[in-house]
Design a protein around this ligand. Structure first.
Ligand code: SF4
Length: 358
């Protein structure tokens, strides 16, 4: 267990639950029974775990009095990108976004659904394009609150989530112990059993944690929020670049490449007049090619309270074509998510402001 506060039962890994039951003098097979109720049968309450003796159910309910998450609101229509607002036990909110596969990339019949998962309430990193950082960090999510987003998204949408990106609210690598526990729940056969290669962690570039995660045995994918190919340009957008400038970041990424099989991805939000100069494209192409990385270009979405704008489509294509000419696999997401999949954190900020009577 990661903290002294009362957690949800869903936050426990198999090891933690087994240790607890050993301490309580319960037989070993109870661990498997409880995990089965939680992650396979997905019951709403401990009381519904009908093959556990009543005294054990009572003891569990006393020790773990709260649910991990509750669904508060969904925006977006079925078969398009949907955003779920989720209420935490302390009245805070986080968001998850479910994104169906693009028919152009995966065919009309694809049932691939990607869930964009949050890892913290708010964020301390203050990237200038992002609504999540506007109020700073409130707290880390625990493992059950992270993994529980998958269960709720599946319940509400009726779809199976088969791909995950840790790209929602928060900097996942700033919450590494809980993130790793959540990954264990998500990838294990006793948990949600989604293959590690279907998980992508997106980071603003926390160098020590990238190195630590590189040594983790699971073949997780890594995406870097780059948004600038020089320290000068990146530093204007991402304050984290002052602590870990590009030279240090790229040394960690070279180490990553020695430990993992999957290609790295660079996320690059194109912001008019800030980082969309074609010289940045040429430098980005060189850096990506040196690491054999892919690049996702994302034209900027307007955030209330921020005054940057989106470059026109012709310019975005020109930027992309420079990368493609350098043989860097590059995607340019012109269509998807322009409506509700705007910068993370906006729905949650509005809801918290309303409830606070602002
Ligand atoms: S982009 Fe990610 S790391 Fe940066 S402020 Fe937003 S949530 Fe935090």
């Amino acid at each position: 267990m990661q903290s002294g506060i009362a957690e949800a039962l869903q936050s426990l890994t198999r090891r933690e639950l087994a240790d607890l039951f050993a301490e309580w003098g319960e037989p070993e097979y109870r661990t498997g029974q409880v995990l089965d109720w939680l992650w396979k049968k997905r019951v709403a309450s401990i009381d519904a775990m009908s093959n556990l003796p009543a005294p054990l159910r009572e003891r569990l309910a006393k020790q773990f009095p709260r649910a991990a998450l509750q669904h508060a609101e969904t925006s977006g229509a079925a078969d398009t990108t949907r955003k779920f607002l989720l209420r935490l036990h302390d009245g805070r909110y986080v968001e998850s976004v479910l994104i169906p596969a693009s028919p152009a990339l995966y065919g009309e019949k694809s049932d691939r659904h990607t869930l964009c998962v949050s890892s913290q309430v708010g964020c301390a990193y203050g990237c200038k394009f992002c609504a999540s950082g506007l109020d700073g960090l409130t707290r880390n999510l625990d493992a059950g609150e992270i993994a529980g987003q998958v269960v709720l998204a599946e319940e509400v949408s009726g779809r199976k989530v088969n791909n995950l990106v840790f790209m929602g609210m928060g900097e996942p690598l700033a919450n590494l112990p809980n993130l790793l526990a959540a990954i264990e729940i998500i990838t294990s056969p006793w948990g949600l059993h989604i293959g590690a290669r279907h998980l992508t962690i997106s980071t603003s570039g926390l160098v020590p944690q990238i190195e630590e995660l590189a040594d983790h045995p699971r073949q997780i994918r890594l995406a870097i929020s780059l948004h600038g190919a020089t320290d000068e340009v990146r530093g204007r957008i991402m304050p984290v670049n002052r602590k870990w400038p590009l030279e240090k970041l790229f040394a960690a990424l070279r180490y990553w490449n020695t430990r993992k099989k999957q290609k790295l991805t660079f996320e690059y939000i194109l912001i008019a007049g800030v980082n969309d100069d074609l010289q940045q494209a040429r430098l980005l192409a060189r850096k990506a090619a040196a690491l054999d990385a892919k690049v996702n270009l994302i034209p900027y979405n307007t955030v209330e309270g921020l005054d940057w704008s989106r470059p026109d489509e012709a310019h975005c294509r020109e930027f992309r074509d420079i990368l493609r000419k350098a043989r860097v696999p590059t995607t340019l997401r012109l269509e998807k998510g322009h409506d509700i999949n705007a910068a993370c954190g906006q729905l949650r900020l509005k809801r918290e402001a309303t409830e606070a009577g602002k």
